[in-house]
Write a protein that binds this ligand. Structure first.
Ligand code: CA
Length: 559
Protein backbone atom coordinates (compact mmCIF):
# COMPACT_ATOMS: atom_id res chain seq x y z
CA UNK A 1 0.00 0.00 0.00
CA UNK A 2 1.54 3.23 -1.05
CA UNK A 3 -0.79 5.75 0.50
CA UNK A 4 -0.78 6.67 4.15
CA UNK A 5 -3.82 6.10 6.27
CA UNK A 6 -4.33 9.79 6.85
CA UNK A 7 -4.37 10.46 3.15
CA UNK A 8 -6.94 7.80 2.59
CA UNK A 9 -9.20 9.04 5.31
CA UNK A 10 -9.58 12.18 3.34
CA UNK A 11 -10.10 10.48 0.07
CA UNK A 12 -12.96 8.09 0.46
CA UNK A 13 -13.60 4.42 1.15
CA UNK A 14 -10.54 2.35 2.11
CA UNK A 15 -9.93 -1.23 3.06
CA UNK A 16 -7.68 -2.45 5.86
CA UNK A 17 -6.39 -5.58 4.14
CA UNK A 18 -5.68 -6.76 0.63
CA UNK A 19 -8.81 -7.15 -1.39
CA UNK A 20 -9.70 -10.66 -2.50
CA UNK A 21 -12.32 -11.57 -4.96
CA UNK A 22 -14.18 -13.46 -2.30
CA UNK A 23 -14.35 -10.30 -0.19
CA UNK A 24 -16.71 -8.90 -2.72
CA UNK A 25 -19.10 -11.70 -2.14
CA UNK A 26 -22.46 -10.87 -0.86
CA UNK A 27 -22.95 -14.54 -0.16
CA UNK A 28 -23.36 -15.32 -3.82
CA UNK A 29 -19.80 -15.57 -5.12
CA UNK A 30 -18.04 -18.89 -4.95
CA UNK A 31 -14.55 -19.11 -3.41
CA UNK A 32 -12.85 -20.41 -6.55
CA UNK A 33 -14.31 -18.18 -9.18
CA UNK A 34 -12.40 -16.90 -12.16
CA UNK A 35 -13.25 -13.35 -13.00
CA UNK A 36 -12.98 -11.18 -16.06
CA UNK A 37 -11.87 -7.57 -15.73
CA UNK A 38 -15.41 -6.45 -16.25
CA UNK A 39 -16.89 -8.57 -13.50
CA UNK A 40 -14.10 -7.48 -11.15
CA UNK A 41 -14.94 -3.88 -11.74
CA UNK A 42 -18.58 -4.64 -11.11
CA UNK A 43 -17.69 -6.27 -7.80
CA UNK A 44 -15.56 -3.30 -6.84
CA UNK A 45 -18.46 -1.04 -7.54
CA UNK A 46 -20.55 -3.23 -5.31
CA UNK A 47 -18.05 -2.70 -2.50
CA UNK A 48 -17.92 1.03 -3.21
CA UNK A 49 -21.69 1.07 -3.22
CA UNK A 50 -21.79 -0.51 0.23
CA UNK A 51 -19.06 1.77 1.52
CA UNK A 52 -21.01 4.79 0.36
CA UNK A 53 -24.14 3.46 1.93
CA UNK A 54 -22.29 3.01 5.24
CA UNK A 55 -21.26 6.63 5.02
CA UNK A 56 -24.85 7.65 4.45
CA UNK A 57 -24.23 8.64 0.86
CA UNK A 58 -26.39 7.91 -2.11
CA UNK A 59 -24.42 5.66 -4.42
CA UNK A 60 -26.22 5.63 -7.72
CA UNK A 61 -24.46 7.86 -10.18
CA UNK A 62 -21.04 7.60 -8.55
CA UNK A 63 -21.28 3.88 -9.13
CA UNK A 64 -21.19 4.51 -12.85
CA UNK A 65 -18.24 6.87 -12.50
CA UNK A 66 -16.08 4.64 -10.31
CA UNK A 67 -16.84 1.68 -12.50
CA UNK A 68 -15.13 3.36 -15.42
CA UNK A 69 -12.14 4.39 -13.31
CA UNK A 70 -11.69 0.96 -11.75
CA UNK A 71 -12.03 -0.77 -15.08
CA UNK A 72 -9.27 1.30 -16.59
CA UNK A 73 -6.89 0.69 -13.71
CA UNK A 74 -7.47 -3.01 -13.65
CA UNK A 75 -7.37 -3.27 -17.39
CA UNK A 76 -3.79 -1.99 -17.33
CA UNK A 77 -2.51 -4.97 -15.36
CA UNK A 78 -4.76 -7.87 -16.03
CA UNK A 79 -3.64 -10.53 -18.43
CA UNK A 80 -5.66 -10.83 -21.58
CA UNK A 81 -7.30 -14.16 -22.11
CA UNK A 82 -10.50 -16.02 -21.75
CA UNK A 83 -10.01 -16.66 -18.02
CA UNK A 84 -7.83 -15.05 -15.38
CA UNK A 85 -6.63 -16.87 -12.24
CA UNK A 86 -8.18 -15.53 -9.10
CA UNK A 87 -4.89 -14.70 -7.45
CA UNK A 88 -3.89 -12.37 -10.26
CA UNK A 89 -7.23 -10.65 -10.04
CA UNK A 90 -6.84 -10.26 -6.31
CA UNK A 91 -3.39 -8.69 -6.69
CA UNK A 92 -4.61 -6.40 -9.43
CA UNK A 93 -7.58 -5.30 -7.45
CA UNK A 94 -5.48 -4.77 -4.34
CA UNK A 95 -3.16 -2.56 -6.34
CA UNK A 96 -6.01 -0.66 -7.83
CA UNK A 97 -7.43 -0.02 -4.40
CA UNK A 98 -4.06 1.01 -3.05
CA UNK A 99 -4.10 3.74 -5.64
CA UNK A 100 -7.45 4.78 -4.30
CA UNK A 101 -8.81 4.53 -7.78
CA UNK A 102 -12.27 4.35 -6.37
CA UNK A 103 -11.93 7.34 -4.13
CA UNK A 104 -10.57 9.86 -6.55
CA UNK A 105 -13.05 12.32 -7.96
CA UNK A 106 -13.65 11.73 -11.65
CA UNK A 107 -11.71 13.94 -14.02
CA UNK A 108 -14.04 16.32 -15.81
CA UNK A 109 -12.58 15.40 -19.17
CA UNK A 110 -12.90 11.65 -19.00
CA UNK A 111 -15.69 10.79 -16.61
CA UNK A 112 -19.42 10.95 -17.11
CA UNK A 113 -20.95 14.00 -15.53
CA UNK A 114 -23.79 13.97 -13.12
CA UNK A 115 -27.05 14.11 -15.04
CA UNK A 116 -28.64 17.44 -15.82
CA UNK A 117 -32.15 18.20 -14.67
CA UNK A 118 -34.96 19.79 -16.65
CA UNK A 119 -37.58 20.65 -14.07
CA UNK A 120 -40.93 21.68 -15.57
CA UNK A 121 -43.65 23.10 -13.35
CA UNK A 122 -47.11 23.72 -14.77
CA UNK A 123 -49.80 25.78 -13.05
CA UNK A 124 -53.36 24.58 -12.35
CA UNK A 125 -53.18 21.65 -14.77
CA UNK A 126 -55.71 19.01 -13.75
CA UNK A 127 -56.30 15.40 -14.82
CA UNK A 128 -58.90 16.10 -17.56
CA UNK A 129 -56.31 15.45 -20.25
CA UNK A 130 -55.53 12.67 -22.67
CA UNK A 131 -52.40 12.04 -20.63
CA UNK A 132 -54.67 10.16 -18.23
CA UNK A 133 -57.34 8.85 -20.56
CA UNK A 134 -57.75 9.08 -24.31
CA UNK A 135 -61.45 9.74 -23.73
CA UNK A 136 -60.73 12.99 -21.89
CA UNK A 137 -61.35 16.18 -23.86
CA UNK A 138 -58.12 18.11 -23.33
CA UNK A 139 -55.61 16.90 -25.87
CA UNK A 140 -52.06 16.88 -24.57
CA UNK A 141 -49.93 15.03 -27.12
CA UNK A 142 -46.69 16.48 -25.76
CA UNK A 143 -47.38 15.29 -22.23
CA UNK A 144 -48.08 11.86 -23.70
CA UNK A 145 -44.83 12.06 -25.63
CA UNK A 146 -42.97 12.83 -22.42
CA UNK A 147 -44.75 10.01 -20.58
CA UNK A 148 -43.53 7.57 -23.22
CA UNK A 149 -39.97 8.57 -22.35
CA UNK A 150 -40.29 7.62 -18.69
CA UNK A 151 -42.69 6.86 -15.87
CA UNK A 152 -46.01 8.61 -15.41
CA UNK A 153 -47.43 8.59 -11.90
CA UNK A 154 -51.20 8.34 -12.30
CA UNK A 155 -51.83 8.98 -8.61
CA UNK A 156 -49.59 11.90 -7.76
CA UNK A 157 -50.86 14.52 -5.32
CA UNK A 158 -49.81 17.97 -4.26
CA UNK A 159 -49.00 18.76 -0.64
CA UNK A 160 -51.51 21.58 -0.70
CA UNK A 161 -54.02 22.76 -3.34
CA UNK A 162 -52.74 26.32 -3.70
CA UNK A 163 -49.75 27.77 -5.51
CA UNK A 164 -47.62 29.03 -2.65
CA UNK A 165 -47.90 26.17 -0.15
CA UNK A 166 -47.60 23.54 -2.87
CA UNK A 167 -44.56 25.10 -4.51
CA UNK A 168 -42.82 25.78 -1.21
CA UNK A 169 -43.41 22.17 -0.14
CA UNK A 170 -42.09 20.79 -3.42
CA UNK A 171 -39.07 23.07 -3.46
CA UNK A 172 -38.14 22.66 0.21
CA UNK A 173 -39.20 19.03 0.60
CA UNK A 174 -41.13 20.04 3.73
CA UNK A 175 -44.86 19.66 4.26
CA UNK A 176 -47.12 22.59 5.17
CA UNK A 177 -47.71 21.13 8.63
CA UNK A 178 -43.95 21.25 9.27
CA UNK A 179 -43.33 24.73 7.87
CA UNK A 180 -46.58 26.52 8.70
CA UNK A 181 -46.76 27.70 5.08
CA UNK A 182 -50.47 27.10 4.51
CA UNK A 183 -51.60 29.94 2.30
CA UNK A 184 -50.81 31.94 -0.79
CA UNK A 185 -49.85 34.94 1.32
CA UNK A 186 -47.58 33.05 3.77
CA UNK A 187 -44.17 34.70 3.78
CA UNK A 188 -42.29 31.46 3.32
CA UNK A 189 -38.70 32.66 3.00
CA UNK A 190 -38.86 34.90 6.03
CA UNK A 191 -40.24 31.96 7.97
CA UNK A 192 -37.70 29.45 6.58
CA UNK A 193 -34.48 31.43 6.15
CA UNK A 194 -32.24 28.38 6.34
CA UNK A 195 -34.29 25.94 4.26
CA UNK A 196 -32.19 24.56 1.41
CA UNK A 197 -34.40 24.53 -1.64
CA UNK A 198 -34.13 21.83 -4.25
CA UNK A 199 -32.23 24.02 -6.70
CA UNK A 200 -29.99 25.34 -3.91
CA UNK A 201 -29.07 21.76 -3.07
CA UNK A 202 -28.03 21.23 -6.66
CA UNK A 203 -26.05 24.48 -6.61
CA UNK A 204 -24.16 23.18 -3.57
CA UNK A 205 -23.12 20.16 -5.64
CA UNK A 206 -21.61 22.09 -8.52
CA UNK A 207 -24.68 22.53 -10.63
CA UNK A 208 -25.59 25.68 -12.48
CA UNK A 209 -29.18 26.42 -11.49
CA UNK A 210 -31.20 28.70 -13.70
CA UNK A 211 -34.87 29.15 -14.33
CA UNK A 212 -37.66 31.13 -15.88
CA UNK A 213 -41.37 31.70 -15.42
CA UNK A 214 -43.29 30.65 -12.34
CA UNK A 215 -41.41 28.36 -10.01
CA UNK A 216 -42.22 29.98 -6.69
CA UNK A 217 -45.54 31.73 -6.29
CA UNK A 218 -45.52 35.34 -7.38
CA UNK A 219 -47.74 36.91 -4.78
CA UNK A 220 -47.74 40.61 -5.65
CA UNK A 221 -44.47 39.99 -7.48
CA UNK A 222 -42.79 38.96 -4.23
CA UNK A 223 -41.63 35.49 -3.21
CA UNK A 224 -39.17 34.77 -5.95
CA UNK A 225 -36.10 33.38 -4.22
CA UNK A 226 -32.86 34.84 -5.53
CA UNK A 227 -30.88 32.38 -3.44
CA UNK A 228 -32.31 29.46 -5.40
CA UNK A 229 -30.92 30.34 -8.84
CA UNK A 230 -27.78 31.66 -10.44
CA UNK A 231 -29.93 33.31 -13.07
CA UNK A 232 -33.68 33.63 -13.43
CA UNK A 233 -36.05 35.23 -15.93
CA UNK A 234 -39.19 36.27 -14.05
CA UNK A 235 -42.57 35.45 -15.50
CA UNK A 236 -43.51 38.08 -18.08
CA UNK A 237 -46.78 39.90 -17.75
CA UNK A 238 -49.71 38.96 -19.97
CA UNK A 239 -50.15 41.65 -22.60
CA UNK A 240 -53.49 43.33 -21.94
CA UNK A 241 -56.12 42.99 -24.65
CA UNK A 242 -57.63 46.24 -25.92
CA UNK A 243 -60.66 45.53 -23.72
CA UNK A 244 -61.81 42.67 -21.52
CA UNK A 245 -62.66 39.72 -23.74
CA UNK A 246 -65.47 38.09 -21.76
CA UNK A 247 -67.40 41.33 -21.31
CA UNK A 248 -68.05 40.62 -17.61
CA UNK A 249 -67.65 43.68 -15.45
CA UNK A 250 -68.80 42.78 -11.91
CA UNK A 251 -68.75 39.83 -9.55
CA UNK A 252 -72.00 38.12 -8.75
CA UNK A 253 -72.54 36.66 -5.30
CA UNK A 254 -69.32 37.84 -3.69
CA UNK A 255 -66.86 40.62 -3.07
CA UNK A 256 -69.72 43.07 -2.78
CA UNK A 257 -70.56 42.51 -6.44
CA UNK A 258 -67.68 44.87 -7.18
CA UNK A 259 -65.58 45.02 -10.35
CA UNK A 260 -64.01 41.72 -11.39
CA UNK A 261 -60.26 41.37 -11.11
CA UNK A 262 -57.99 41.42 -14.15
CA UNK A 263 -57.23 37.69 -14.36
CA UNK A 264 -60.95 36.84 -14.48
CA UNK A 265 -61.03 36.98 -18.25
CA UNK A 266 -60.75 34.56 -21.14
CA UNK A 267 -60.65 34.41 -24.89
CA UNK A 268 -58.32 34.07 -27.90
CA UNK A 269 -55.42 36.36 -27.11
CA UNK A 270 -52.75 37.46 -27.93
CA UNK A 271 -52.52 37.19 -31.72
CA UNK A 272 -48.99 35.79 -31.71
CA UNK A 273 -47.64 32.98 -29.57
CA UNK A 274 -44.38 34.87 -29.17
CA UNK A 275 -46.25 37.54 -27.19
CA UNK A 276 -47.33 35.14 -24.47
CA UNK A 277 -45.50 34.99 -21.13
CA UNK A 278 -45.00 31.24 -21.45
CA UNK A 279 -43.41 31.49 -24.88
CA UNK A 280 -40.90 33.94 -23.43
CA UNK A 281 -40.20 31.57 -20.57
CA UNK A 282 -39.65 28.67 -22.96
CA UNK A 283 -37.53 30.84 -25.26
CA UNK A 284 -35.19 31.47 -22.34
CA UNK A 285 -34.96 27.74 -21.64
CA UNK A 286 -34.35 26.90 -25.30
CA UNK A 287 -31.53 29.44 -25.50
CA UNK A 288 -30.01 27.96 -22.37
CA UNK A 289 -30.25 24.41 -23.70
CA UNK A 290 -28.62 25.41 -26.98
CA UNK A 291 -25.46 26.58 -25.23
CA UNK A 292 -22.45 24.48 -24.29
CA UNK A 293 -22.32 23.85 -20.56
CA UNK A 294 -19.16 23.09 -18.66
CA UNK A 295 -21.00 22.03 -15.54
CA UNK A 296 -24.19 20.04 -15.03
CA UNK A 297 -27.32 22.15 -14.95
CA UNK A 298 -30.62 22.36 -13.15
CA UNK A 299 -33.01 24.16 -15.47
CA UNK A 300 -36.38 25.11 -13.96
CA UNK A 301 -39.15 26.10 -16.34
CA UNK A 302 -42.40 27.38 -14.88
CA UNK A 303 -45.28 27.26 -17.38
CA UNK A 304 -48.07 29.62 -16.22
CA UNK A 305 -51.04 28.34 -18.25
CA UNK A 306 -53.64 27.00 -17.74
CA UNK A 307 -53.70 29.49 -14.84
CA UNK A 308 -55.98 32.48 -15.38
CA UNK A 309 -56.38 34.75 -17.28
CA UNK A 310 -57.42 32.06 -19.73
CA UNK A 311 -55.81 33.65 -22.74
CA UNK A 312 -54.23 31.61 -25.51
CA UNK A 313 -53.74 32.22 -29.22
CA UNK A 314 -56.86 31.52 -31.28
CA UNK A 315 -55.64 28.24 -32.75
CA UNK A 316 -55.99 26.62 -29.31
CA UNK A 317 -59.58 27.77 -28.94
CA UNK A 318 -60.29 26.45 -32.42
CA UNK A 319 -59.46 22.95 -31.20
CA UNK A 320 -62.46 23.04 -28.87
CA UNK A 321 -65.47 24.45 -30.76
CA UNK A 322 -68.28 25.47 -28.45
CA UNK A 323 -70.89 23.42 -30.28
CA UNK A 324 -68.87 20.24 -29.64
CA UNK A 325 -67.47 21.10 -26.26
CA UNK A 326 -67.22 18.33 -23.68
CA UNK A 327 -68.37 19.52 -20.27
CA UNK A 328 -67.52 17.85 -16.94
CA UNK A 329 -69.82 15.17 -15.59
CA UNK A 330 -71.80 16.53 -12.68
CA UNK A 331 -74.23 14.85 -10.31
CA UNK A 332 -77.37 16.68 -9.32
CA UNK A 333 -77.35 16.93 -5.54
CA UNK A 334 -73.66 16.11 -5.24
CA UNK A 335 -73.30 18.62 -2.42
CA UNK A 336 -76.13 17.16 -0.34
CA UNK A 337 -73.90 14.74 1.54
CA UNK A 338 -71.10 17.20 2.27
CA UNK A 339 -70.45 17.79 5.96
CA UNK A 340 -70.03 21.28 7.38
CA UNK A 341 -66.25 21.13 6.87
CA UNK A 342 -66.63 20.55 3.14
CA UNK A 343 -69.21 23.32 2.83
CA UNK A 344 -66.94 25.72 4.66
CA UNK A 345 -64.11 24.92 2.26
CA UNK A 346 -66.40 25.67 -0.67
CA UNK A 347 -67.46 28.99 0.85
CA UNK A 348 -63.83 30.00 1.32
CA UNK A 349 -62.87 28.80 -2.15
CA UNK A 350 -64.19 31.79 -4.10
CA UNK A 351 -67.69 30.47 -4.93
CA UNK A 352 -68.46 33.79 -6.60
CA UNK A 353 -66.27 32.74 -9.53
CA UNK A 354 -68.67 30.01 -10.60
CA UNK A 355 -71.70 32.12 -9.72
CA UNK A 356 -70.41 34.96 -11.86
CA UNK A 357 -69.79 32.67 -14.81
CA UNK A 358 -73.23 31.12 -14.47
CA UNK A 359 -75.02 34.43 -14.03
CA UNK A 360 -73.40 35.65 -17.25
CA UNK A 361 -74.19 32.38 -19.04
CA UNK A 362 -70.51 31.82 -19.74
CA UNK A 363 -69.64 28.59 -17.93
CA UNK A 364 -69.21 26.89 -21.27
CA UNK A 365 -66.96 29.62 -22.66
CA UNK A 366 -64.80 29.49 -19.54
CA UNK A 367 -64.56 25.72 -19.82
CA UNK A 368 -63.49 26.06 -23.44
CA UNK A 369 -60.87 28.59 -22.40
CA UNK A 370 -59.44 26.27 -19.74
CA UNK A 371 -59.16 23.50 -22.31
CA UNK A 372 -57.53 25.83 -24.82
CA UNK A 373 -55.02 27.07 -22.24
CA UNK A 374 -54.12 23.52 -21.21
CA UNK A 375 -53.45 22.70 -24.86
CA UNK A 376 -51.37 25.83 -25.16
CA UNK A 377 -49.31 24.74 -22.13
CA UNK A 378 -48.87 21.35 -23.75
CA UNK A 379 -47.59 23.05 -26.89
CA UNK A 380 -44.98 24.95 -24.86
CA UNK A 381 -43.84 21.72 -23.22
CA UNK A 382 -43.41 20.28 -26.69
CA UNK A 383 -41.16 23.19 -27.66
CA UNK A 384 -39.00 22.41 -24.64
CA UNK A 385 -38.76 18.74 -25.50
CA UNK A 386 -37.85 19.60 -29.09
CA UNK A 387 -35.11 21.91 -27.87
CA UNK A 388 -33.70 19.30 -25.51
CA UNK A 389 -33.78 16.59 -28.18
CA UNK A 390 -31.56 18.70 -30.43
CA UNK A 391 -28.78 18.93 -27.86
CA UNK A 392 -26.06 16.59 -26.71
CA UNK A 393 -27.71 16.67 -23.28
CA UNK A 394 -30.77 14.68 -24.30
CA UNK A 395 -29.32 11.40 -23.14
CA UNK A 396 -28.00 12.70 -19.84
CA UNK A 397 -30.85 14.89 -18.65
CA UNK A 398 -33.50 13.89 -16.17
CA UNK A 399 -36.87 15.47 -16.93
CA UNK A 400 -39.43 16.01 -14.21
CA UNK A 401 -42.84 17.48 -15.00
CA UNK A 402 -45.43 18.34 -12.36
CA UNK A 403 -48.29 20.75 -11.79
CA UNK A 404 -48.59 22.61 -8.51
CA UNK A 405 -52.10 21.15 -8.01
CA UNK A 406 -55.24 20.25 -9.93
CA UNK A 407 -58.28 22.35 -10.76
CA UNK A 408 -62.07 22.15 -10.61
CA UNK A 409 -63.99 23.26 -13.69
CA UNK A 410 -67.41 23.15 -12.10
CA UNK A 411 -67.28 19.85 -10.23
CA UNK A 412 -69.07 20.34 -6.90
CA UNK A 413 -70.08 23.72 -8.31
CA UNK A 414 -66.55 24.82 -7.67
CA UNK A 415 -64.25 26.59 -10.09
CA UNK A 416 -60.78 26.79 -8.64
CA UNK A 417 -58.41 24.70 -6.59
CA UNK A 418 -58.51 25.40 -2.82
CA UNK A 419 -60.20 22.12 -1.84
CA UNK A 420 -59.13 18.64 -0.74
CA UNK A 421 -60.96 16.60 -3.36
CA UNK A 422 -59.36 14.63 -6.16
CA UNK A 423 -59.84 17.35 -8.77
CA UNK A 424 -57.93 19.93 -6.76
CA UNK A 425 -55.13 17.73 -5.50
CA UNK A 426 -54.29 15.28 -8.29
CA UNK A 427 -51.45 16.47 -10.48
CA UNK A 428 -49.57 15.12 -13.44
CA UNK A 429 -46.14 13.79 -12.50
CA UNK A 430 -43.79 12.39 -15.12
CA UNK A 431 -40.17 11.48 -14.49
CA UNK A 432 -37.76 10.63 -17.26
CA UNK A 433 -34.46 9.30 -15.97
CA UNK A 434 -32.24 7.79 -18.68
CA UNK A 435 -30.68 4.46 -17.69
CA UNK A 436 -32.72 4.32 -14.49
CA UNK A 437 -36.42 4.78 -15.09
CA UNK A 438 -38.50 2.42 -17.15
CA UNK A 439 -39.91 3.89 -20.34
CA UNK A 440 -43.53 4.28 -21.28
CA UNK A 441 -44.93 2.79 -18.11
CA UNK A 442 -47.44 3.98 -15.56
CA UNK A 443 -47.13 3.77 -11.83
CA UNK A 444 -50.37 3.69 -9.87
CA UNK A 445 -48.91 4.02 -6.39
CA UNK A 446 -50.10 7.10 -4.50
CA UNK A 447 -47.17 9.50 -4.36
CA UNK A 448 -46.62 13.11 -3.33
CA UNK A 449 -44.90 16.05 -4.93
CA UNK A 450 -42.84 16.02 -1.71
CA UNK A 451 -41.18 12.95 -3.19
CA UNK A 452 -39.62 14.87 -6.08
CA UNK A 453 -36.78 16.38 -4.03
CA UNK A 454 -35.45 13.11 -2.53
CA UNK A 455 -35.92 11.38 -5.89
CA UNK A 456 -33.71 13.88 -7.69
CA UNK A 457 -31.15 13.75 -4.88
CA UNK A 458 -30.86 10.00 -5.33
CA UNK A 459 -30.91 10.06 -9.13
CA UNK A 460 -28.08 12.62 -9.23
CA UNK A 461 -26.12 11.12 -6.34
CA UNK A 462 -26.21 14.28 -4.25
CA UNK A 463 -25.57 14.10 -0.54
CA UNK A 464 -28.82 13.58 1.34
CA UNK A 465 -30.70 16.52 2.80
CA UNK A 466 -31.73 15.06 6.15
CA UNK A 467 -34.61 17.51 6.54
CA UNK A 468 -36.61 16.06 3.64
CA UNK A 469 -39.96 14.50 4.43
CA UNK A 470 -40.77 12.85 1.12
CA UNK A 471 -39.66 9.45 -0.12
CA UNK A 472 -37.46 8.73 -3.10
CA UNK A 473 -39.41 7.29 -6.01
CA UNK A 474 -36.37 5.61 -7.56
CA UNK A 475 -37.58 2.12 -6.67
CA UNK A 476 -40.83 2.89 -8.50
CA UNK A 477 -38.97 4.33 -11.47
CA UNK A 478 -37.12 1.05 -11.79
CA UNK A 479 -40.15 -1.11 -11.12
CA UNK A 480 -43.53 0.67 -10.96
CA UNK A 481 -45.10 -2.32 -9.21
CA UNK A 482 -42.64 -2.17 -6.34
CA UNK A 483 -43.98 -2.30 -2.86
CA UNK A 484 -45.21 1.08 -1.66
CA UNK A 485 -47.16 0.99 1.56
CA UNK A 486 -47.93 4.62 2.13
CA UNK A 487 -50.68 6.95 0.96
CA UNK A 488 -50.31 10.58 -0.16
CA UNK A 489 -51.21 13.21 2.42
CA UNK A 490 -52.33 16.73 1.61
CA UNK A 491 -53.29 19.78 3.63
CA UNK A 492 -55.40 22.84 2.89
CA UNK A 493 -55.23 25.37 5.70
CA UNK A 494 -54.27 24.32 9.17
CA UNK A 495 -56.48 21.49 10.39
CA UNK A 496 -57.80 20.25 7.03
CA UNK A 497 -56.15 17.16 5.59
CA UNK A 498 -56.77 14.42 3.05
CA UNK A 499 -55.24 10.96 2.89
CA UNK A 500 -55.28 9.25 -0.50
CA UNK A 501 -54.47 5.55 -0.71
CA UNK A 502 -54.68 3.49 -3.87
CA UNK A 503 -58.41 3.06 -3.32
CA UNK A 504 -59.68 5.59 -0.79
CA UNK A 505 -59.77 9.30 -0.12
CA UNK A 506 -60.34 10.34 3.45
CA UNK A 507 -60.77 14.02 4.30
CA UNK A 508 -60.75 15.39 7.83
CA UNK A 509 -61.77 18.99 8.36
CA UNK A 510 -60.83 21.46 11.03
CA UNK A 511 -64.29 21.24 12.59
CA UNK A 512 -63.99 17.47 13.08
CA UNK A 513 -66.29 16.45 10.21
CA UNK A 514 -65.03 14.15 7.50
CA UNK A 515 -65.60 12.48 4.16
CA UNK A 516 -64.67 9.12 2.69
CA UNK A 517 -64.73 8.19 -1.00
CA UNK A 518 -64.17 4.84 -2.67
CA UNK A 519 -62.37 5.41 -5.96
CA UNK A 520 -62.98 1.85 -7.04
CA UNK A 521 -66.68 2.60 -7.46
CA UNK A 522 -66.81 6.40 -7.32
CA UNK A 523 -64.04 8.14 -9.30
CA UNK A 524 -65.95 11.45 -9.20
CA UNK A 525 -66.19 11.46 -5.40
CA UNK A 526 -69.95 11.88 -5.52
CA UNK A 527 -70.90 9.61 -2.62
CA UNK A 528 -69.55 10.40 0.82
CA UNK A 529 -69.31 7.09 2.69
CA UNK A 530 -68.32 8.42 6.11
CA UNK A 531 -70.81 7.22 8.67
CA UNK A 532 -71.93 4.40 6.39
CA UNK A 533 -71.68 0.78 7.58
CA UNK A 534 -68.13 -0.53 7.29
CA UNK A 535 -66.53 2.90 6.98
CA UNK A 536 -65.19 3.25 10.51
CA UNK A 537 -62.49 0.59 10.13
CA UNK A 538 -61.30 2.08 6.84
CA UNK A 539 -61.25 5.57 8.33
CA UNK A 540 -59.35 4.33 11.38
CA UNK A 541 -56.61 2.93 9.15
CA UNK A 542 -56.35 6.06 7.03
CA UNK A 543 -56.31 8.38 10.03
CA UNK A 544 -53.00 6.90 11.11
CA UNK A 545 -51.39 8.90 8.32
CA UNK A 546 -52.73 12.28 9.41
CA UNK A 547 -50.05 14.75 10.56
CA UNK A 548 -49.25 14.33 14.23
CA UNK A 549 -48.20 17.95 14.69
CA UNK A 550 -49.27 21.07 12.88
CA UNK A 551 -47.00 24.09 12.90
CA UNK A 552 -48.71 27.41 13.57
CA UNK A 553 -49.31 29.42 10.43
CA UNK A 554 -46.39 31.67 9.53
CA UNK A 555 -47.13 35.40 9.11
CA UNK A 556 -48.39 36.64 5.79
CA UNK A 557 -46.21 38.73 3.58
CA UNK A 558 -46.03 42.31 4.82
CA UNK A 559 -46.99 44.66 2.02
CA1 CA B 1 -71.68 14.11 -2.95
Amino acid sequence: MSSGANDRENRGPTFSRPFLATDATDGRLGGHEYLTPQTVSMRICSVSFEAKKRKGQQPMFAKQAVRAAARRRIGQVLMRGPLVPQVAVALAVGWALSQDALAQPPSPTEEPRRPNVLFIAVDDLNDWTTLYDKANPIRTPQLERLAKMGVMFTRAYCSSPACNPSRVATMTGLSPTTTGVYGNASDWRRALPTAVTLSQHFMAHGYRAVGAGKIFHHHHEAYHDDASFHDFLPLAKDPAPPKRLNGITNWVGGRGNGPVSGPFDWGPWPPEESQTPDAKTVDYACRFLARTHQQPFFLAVGIFRPHSPWYAPAEHFDRYPLDQLVMPELLEGDLDDLPSGGRTILQKGKPFIYKTMAANNQVKQATQAYQACASFADRQIGRLLDALAKTAYARNTIVVLWSDHGFHVGEKRHWEKFALWEKSTRTPLIIVAPEVARRNVRCRRPVSLLDIYPTLVELCDLSPNPALEGNSLVSLLREPQSEWNRPAVMTWGRGNHAVRSGRWRYIQYEDGTHELYDHRSDPHEWFNLSGKPGSSRIIRDLRKWLPKHEAPAVPDLAR
